[in-house]
Design a protein around this ligand. Structure first.
Ligand SMILES: Nc1nc2c(ncn2[C@@H]2O[C@H](COP(=O)(O)OP(=O)(O)OP(=O)(O)O)[C@@H](O)[C@H]2O)c(=O)[nH]1
Length: 487
């Protein structure tokens, strides 16, 4: 079932804090002198990296722009260094978070939440309350004659929602029938199968030739509704969480907490946490990072202290005794306000699920839960990783190896060039020899012709000198002819 709506529902994907800082920096006057240290930094950009915040030296103190401090990086040892410099003007990379922000807003977001819990624990009501809309239509009462399903069903509802220009495609996966049977031993099975089939579908999309349009249907968070018994977790709860904690971000919730007193809620929470710890169940915890500010750390700690969230759901507006209109549940003894942190943990749940950690939930699903599942799946299919691909490489040995390879390549090129040169020389020599022989033959021919000519001339000379006619045959004939004439 797909629904489209455009309304205000409390989702505020906060702009990165850096954006504000970047804007402040943008308006700061810059001292960009021609030979300012910024230019020096830019020239060194090929071999060195500027520090992330640009104003703290490696030992924590402020850096001097004119005296760069070289810090060897752990990865590359003595081969390269990181230089930390204070920029003297606005360069622009502080605007990177804004670029990411703009791109994300343009692309929109996808989020899939699963709700699991026994029938009537207020799952639909809480989802409607969380997203401030009637995502789930009012239920029609089931007639006693109607046949109930004998297995856990999986139903999803999709909605396109928008807040302050940010679009979110929300999918809620419901699991009607969970825990509703006499024997609930295998209630978790269809749910695990559904989560894994979504992983399968994602893996199949990743393996396609064209991966331009990957649709992420993986379940990013599972709200597990615990019955407000006030005792401890039931076998069904433990079994479900044990089976699913490695496949989905589990967020345990005490349903209908308005049916218990504050003390009962506190004690119940402690028993649930003890059970969770005893069974080594991993539930989603708000992550904290080293470089975060005190406010963020305090917020994460406060959220963590409320787990499991004791919530009250209501999508109807009631009037408080002091005349305020609030979302809540009206009782003869007073009004339980959904959005009042003193009445229940709904606000903290929304903060964890939507306002502060939606992206973390998506990231954890992708980077750990899906990744582990994928590794196991591929290994079970016989796909093995070539460990040599990731072997650690000593930079000095690598350099030496590269040098040897380079030298071998040079030697090979030199030998090839020599061979080509020798070949050319041989060809040239052969040609020269041939033309020499030809010349020699011609020379000999000419010499013979000249010799013959010389001999002829000498013969003629001798004849002239001896007074003999040069052409005796001719003169005798003439004489003979003359003699003949005279007689
Ligand atoms: N006291 C109390 N009642 C609640 C709360 N949330 C929901 N209800 C009521 O509990 C009843 C069942 O709520 P649903 O939201 O339909 O419960 P569900 O878990 O979706 O039920 P199924 O769809 O059958 O699984 C309704 O009458 C709600 O008004 C709550 O926080 N406190």
């Amino acid at each position: 079932m797909e629904r489209r709506s455009s309304f205000h529902w409390g989702l505020l994907l906060p702009k990165p804090k850096l954006e504000k800082k970047a804007k402040q920096r943008q308006h700061r006057p810059t001292s960009f002198l021609p030979d300012s240290p910024v230019q020096v930094n830019l020239k060194m950009a090929d071999s060195y990296t500027s520090s992330r915040n640009g104003d703290v030296s490696p030992n924590g103190g402020p850096t001097n722009a004119s005296s760069p401090s070289l810090v060897p990086t752990t990865q590359t040892g003595a081969l390269s260094s990181v230089i930390r410099k204070k920029l003297m003007g606005y360069v622009g990379f502080a605007n990177l978070p804004n670029q990411v922000h703009r791109k994300s807003v343009r692309k929109g977001f996808q989020f899939t939440a699963m709700v699991v819990g026994e029938s009537g624990l207020g799952k639909s009501t809480l989802i409607n309350t969380l997203f401030n809309t009637s995502l789930y239509p009012p239920k029609e009462p089931i007639s006693p004659a109607a046949e109930r399903s004998k297995t856990v069903a999986i139903e999803s509802i999709g909605a396109d929602i928008e807040e302050n220009g940010v679009r979110l495609h929300l999918t809620v996966v419901d699991t009607p029938g969970f825990g509703d049977f006499v024997n609930n031993d295998d209630s978790w099975k269809p749910i695990v199968e559904n989560i894994e089939s979504r992983f399968d579908s994602y893996l199949e999309q990743e393996n396609r030739v064209n991966r331009m349009k990957i649709v992420d249907n993986r379940v990013h968070a599972c709200l597990y509704f615990i019955q407000p018994t006030g005792h401890s977790l039931k076998q069904l709860d433990i079994e479900f969480m044990r089976r699913l904690h490695t496949k989905v971000n589990l967020i345990p919730i005490i349903a209908k907490s308005d049916t218990m007193t504050d003390e009962e809620v506190m004690e119940f929470k402690q028993r649930i946490l003890a059970d969770i710890e005893h069974h080594n169940i991993h539930i989603f915890q708000a992550p904290t990072y080293d470089n975060e500010d005190e406010e963020t750390i305090a917020e994460a700690e406060e959220i963590a202290s409320k787990i499991p969230f004791a919530v009250v759901g209501s999508d109807t507006v009631v009037v408080t005794p002091d005349g305020r209109q609030v979302r809540g549940r009206a009782y003869p003894w007073g009004v339980v306000e959904v959005d009042n942190e003193e009445h229940c943990d709904f606000v903290k749940l929304r903060q964890m699920l939507v306002r502060t950690y939606m992206e973390e939930l998506r990231e954890y699903t992708n980077d750990y839960l899906y990744e582990n599942w994928r590794t196991e799946k591929l290994l079970s299919m016989g796909v093995a990783q070539d460990s040599s691909v990731f072997k650690e490489i000593n930079p000095a040995a690598r350099l030496q190896e590269e040098r040897v390879l380079h030298e071998a390549k040079l030697a090979k090129m030199e030998a090839e060039m020599k061979m080509v040169f020798q070949q050319k020389v041989q060809e040239k020599e052969a040609k020269l020899k041939q033309s020499e022989e030809e010349l020699y033959a011609r020379h000999k021919e000419m010499k013979d012709a000249l010799e013959k000519q010389r001999l002829d001339l000498e013969d003629k000379k001798r004849k002239i000198e001896s007074g003999r006619p040069l052409t005796p045959e001719k003169s005798s004939t003439t004489r003979k002819k003359g003699f003949l004439r005279n007689t």
